[in-house]
Design a protein around this ligand. Structure first.
Ligand SMILES: [Zn+2]
Length: 223
């Protein structure tokens, strides 16, 4: 142990340790290890690339990698319509990313879908815009929501290791959409696994980007 301790503190050694008991100290070994690691990284990258493509079922952004707990919310303000598009990892809504397997899981999915359909309780638009929720569209092939067509291969999405999203589009009809300056997000209360919302707004006042955490629930724009 005494020797390893001394070696580990040698500045030339860079602290490269394998299996705790072996400390590599001579520079050639460190270099060859670095070579092996970079070759391994290349090999992993080569393996990973086709896998990513395999999960892109021609749906573009819908199947990109995601971060659990982080959802994207796009807000588009038009003359008489405000459209909200939510893209969420299924994990952040129901706790898993595949078809439900038990009655309890089925219940969790059903409860989440019911909450997601009630869009005006997840998103409260600025009352100045006088909006009414007109349409809700939910897409998540992994749990059988939406159009599960066009080359979708269930074997891809339903494995333990794959990710799956839920995409929701909410269309609000508004008397004075351009008057809207914020949307509040009770979404955080409905889904405790959501840690942050990456918001993007396209409004007559311009384009805005803002990330909200659980304690900051108002996505505002155009003051
Ligand atoms: Zn995931």
């Amino acid at each position: 142990m005494g020797r390893d301790d001394r070696v580990a503190h040698d500045p030339r050694c860079a602290g490269v340790t394998i299996n705790v008991s072996h400390t590599i100290c001579d520079n050639d070994s460190v270099k060859s290890l670095a070579n092996i690691l970079s070759l391994a990284a290349l090999a992993i990258a080569a393996l990973a690339a086709p896998a990513v493509q395999a999960h892109d079922h021609g749906q573009g952004a819908a199947q990109h990698a995601h971060t659990h707990g982080v959802v994207a919310l796009d807000v588009a303000v038009d003359a008489q319509t405000i459209t909200l598009q939510l893209e969420a990892p299924l994990e952040s809504l129901v706790g898993f990313e595949r078809a439900p397997r038990t009655a309890a899981e089925r219940q969790r999915v059903d409860a989440a879908v019911a909450q997601l359909r009630a869009g005006d309780r997840l998103f409260r638009l600025d009352p100045a815009a006088r909006c009414v929720l007109k349409d809700v569209d939910l897409q998540s092939p992994a749990i059988g929501l939406g159009k599960d067509g066009k080359g979708h291969d269930p074997k891809h999405d339903h494995g333990e290791d794959s990710h799956a999203d839920l995409d929701a589009t909410y269309t609000f009809a508004c008397d004075a959409a351009a008057q809207a300056r914020f949307v509040e997000l009770p979404l955080f209360d409905a889904f405790p696994r959501i840690r942050s919302v990456a918001g993007q707004v396209a409004a007559p006042q311009g384009q805005f980007k803002r990330t909200l955490g659980r304690t900051d629930r108002r996505l505002g724009w155009g003051r």
